[in-house]
Design a protein around this ligand. Structure first.
Ligand code: VGL
Ligand code: ZN
Length: 201
């Protein structure tokens, strides 16, 4: 068992990020077994859940003439446009059916504001609007966060870098994560995390 000051943050293990889903991450479902095993080691387990309203501004379908994986300039910076995914209340937004949800004490939903995306479980993509996760972890006395899930180069990456910036010891479990790898985004994420002081395990 890990010390009580460690938390496991399981990022977006949802049907739409698994094979057959709207924004499938290659091998996304392969994280389920290692995540289930990892949860048994932690007294504090948090899930994040990508949770968009229909017509969300991160969807290519909301931008006439744009197709998925193109980018657009938003007031908060460059945004990749995605296929419609993780729409609130749909089967695609549900957690993978084999993910054990008993150990999770807290589910942080993100990406629910129509005009702004949220990759990080800590802050929206403006890097300023908090999700509340930091306050929760502080209240639980957490100093070290271990992250895993989907997608390694987007939501896991942004969450891990934010965790390190907030002063947590941050560690990413690569064997329990999978990436999308859009035009080199996986290598960029791995080096960016290392530069931010995140441990890759
Ligand atoms: C994610 C793209 C769009 C993720 C979420 O969970 O990594 N990626 N929404
Ligand atoms: Zn999303």
């Amino acid at each position: 068992m890990r010390p009580a000051t460690d938390a496991l943050i399981v990022i977006d293990v949802q049907n739409d990020f698994c094979p057959g889903g709207a924004l499938a991450v290659p091998g996304g479902d392969e994280v389920v077994a290692p995540v289930n095993a990892l949860m048994a080691e932690f007294r504090t387990v948090v899930f994040s859940q990508d949770w968009h309203p229909a017509g969300h501004s991160s969807f290519a379908s909301s931008h006439p003439g744009k197709t998925p994986f193109e980018t657009v300039e938003m007031p908060y910076g460059t945004q990749v446009l995605w296929p419609d995914h993780c729409v609130q209340g749909t089967a695609g937004a549900a957690f993978h059916p084999e993910l054990l949800d008993g150990p999770a004490q807290m589910v942080v939903r993100k990406g629910f504001r129509p005009g702004i995306d949220s990759y990080s479980a800590f802050f929206e993509n403006d890097h300023a609007t908090p999700t509340g996760l930091h306050g929760y972890l502080q209240n639980r006395g957490i100093s070290r966060v271990v992250l895993c899930g989907l997608a390694l180069d987007f939501c896991v990456n942004y969450s891990a870098v934010d965790a390190a910036k907030l002063g947590y010891q941050a560690e990413v479990m690569l064997a329990a994560s999978r990436g999308i790898d859009l035009e080199g985004s996986l290598d960029a994420a791995l080096s960016g995390m290392q530069a931010a002081g995140v441990t890759l395990a």
